[in-house]
Ligand binder design. Structure first.
Ligand code: N7H
Length: 436
């Protein structure tokens, strides 16, 4: 059984709708102050079993980086029991993640990518007024504590109709997890072993991830957050200049994503959009790809087929690379119809949740998003989020002749991010109190 009362609610529970969220990164300059901070935060983090928050309608999650655990004085032996990728940190992994050119850590927003990010707190609320009130109270705590400094903040918000800045409905497909009690969204997908998402339980390969001491890792999970800038005007311009009319633009966008902007999957409505299907959570993720081996409906290179090939024929096994995603938009929407960049930063705060950064997040990013070999498309990359590093191409399988789209610019640029560990509630209290 999953110990839901020890797992942070942000790991498993979906967020309220609508909602606003904020990420706050803190640096610990004094070990004892750091422990006190973690103790205070532990008192307001809710568990997956009892999501009612002591802060009424604001929910708080707390994660630490490798340097954060170190700043709290966690012994090296314990630090070494965490995953290798986590210990390296995201910036050091730039080559494998395809963070080159503008996305290179040298160009990241400070202090992202530095060793100063120690604790990341995420607060979620139904609206800005309530979030600000909760943050005001939190500020009163950490601003009076010497030895703790808030060094970065990112505000995010759910966009109308759960859309993201390119205009697609997001947050549709989630895996089911054994023992969580939270149903998956694809009735055709068997629930995944809990160890794929939470440390201390068997995973799909029969292994159990443990840390030293075991209590520190148990019921915790890795969280990867990435601030991804979206070039919305560039995306719109590409669609327009490669289509004869509005219908063709929408079809091209859908072929790149694997879903119409409404969320309706090409697998179920390949020729025209079906907005009612897009919002129907009973049906909008109820499909596989086996009936479409050539990608005539959903191209093998589309974003959703790359990031979750389901039962399609690929090199490897899709189930061991699944992830929980928590994406939230930041920045204002580019007004409808505008094709010129207004210089405003907008995009997605992408968050991955899973027990295995290497096998899940990094694998998907490097092998499926930034390469095409796994399904026979050579060096092609994800047409929407691939780190193209130069004009790229994308194939739309079609009869009698496939359509080859060339000259795709890079639509998404990495602004920074970090690898974190989100401990269980007992582990948070242990971090606040351990001797050493
Ligand atoms: Fe993606 N988008 O809004 O355009 N993504 N994603 N993603 N993504 C998905 O199915 C998007 C990113 C996955 O099970 C949808 O919920 C954008 C990264 C996975 O069918 C949309 C960015 C990674 C899925 C987007 C971005 C992934 C998925 C369809 C960056 C992994 C589920 C809605 C700016 C490393 C696939 C849905 C499945 C779906 C968008 C990033 C992974 C609309 C804009 C970095 C696993």
């Amino acid at each position: 059984m999953l110990e839901l009362d020890d797992i942070q609610s942000g790991v498993l529970r979906p967020r309220p709708a609508p909602y606003v969220a904020t990420y706050i990164a803190l640096r610990i300059d004094d070990r004892m102050a750091g422990r006190e901070l973690i103790g205070r935060v532990a008192n307001v983090v809710t568990s997956a079993a009892h999501p009612e928050s002591p802060l009424a309608d604001t929910w708080v999650s707390c994660a630490l980086t490798y340097h954060g655990l170190k700043a709290l004085g966690v012994p090296q032996l314990s630090l070494d029991s965490f995953s290798w990728e986590f210990r390296q940190g995201m910036a050091a992994r730039w080559k494998d993640l395809g963070d080159t050119g503008e996305s290179h850590p040298e160009n990241w927003e400070a202090p992202l990518g530095s060793n100063d990010i120690h604790v990341v707190i995420v607060a979620v609320s139904p609206n800005e007024v309530r979030l600000e009130a909760a943050l005001d109270r939190a500020r009163k705590t950490y601003q009076t504590m010497t030895g703790i400094k808030a060094i970065w903040r990112q505000d995010c918000h759910a966009l109308p109709n759960e859309k993201e800045p390119f205009g697609f409905r997001d947050g549709i497909s989630h895996p089911a997890i054994e023992g969580s009690g939270i149903p998956g969204t694809n009735p055709q997908e068997q629930p995944l072993k809990a160890g794929e998402f939470v440390l201390g339980y068997p995973d799909e390969l029969g292994g159990i991830q443990r840390t030293d001491p075991e209590l520190l890792g148990r019921n915790g999970t890795y969280v990867v957050f990435r601030k991804l800038h979206q070039r919305v005007a560039e995306f719109r311009k590409y669609l327009k200049s490669n289509s004869r009319d509005q219908n063709e633009e929408e079809l091209l966008a859908a072929k790149m994503m694997g879903r119409w902007r409404s969320g309706a999957p090409l697998a179920l409505c390949p020729f025209h959009d079906d907005p009612a299907l897009g919002i129907d959570s009973e049906r909008n993720n109820d499909f596989m790809f086996q009936d479409d081996p050539n990608g005539y409906k959903t191209p093998g290179g589309s974003h959703i087929r790359r990031t979750n090939p389901r039962d399609a024929e690929i090199a490897g096994v899709a189930r061991i690379h699944r992830m929980i995603r928590r994406g939230t938009a930041y920045g204002p929407l580019l007004p409808e119809g505008v094709l010129e960049d207004d210089g405003v930063d907008r995009g997605l705060m992408f968050a991955f949740v899973g027990a295995n950064i290497g096998r899940q997040f990094e694998f998907v990013q490097s092998e499926w998003i930034n390469d095409g070999v796994f399904f026979g498309a050579g060096e092609d990359k994800d047409p929407i989020i691939g780190s193209n590093g130069g004009p790229a191409s994308f194939t739309v399988p079609r009869k009698p002749v496939r359509r080859r789209c060339v000259g795709l610019p890079q639509f998404v640029v990495t602004r920074g991010g970090e690898y974190c560990f989100m401990p269980g509630l007992r582990a948070l209290r242990w971090l606040a109190e351990f001797e050493g």
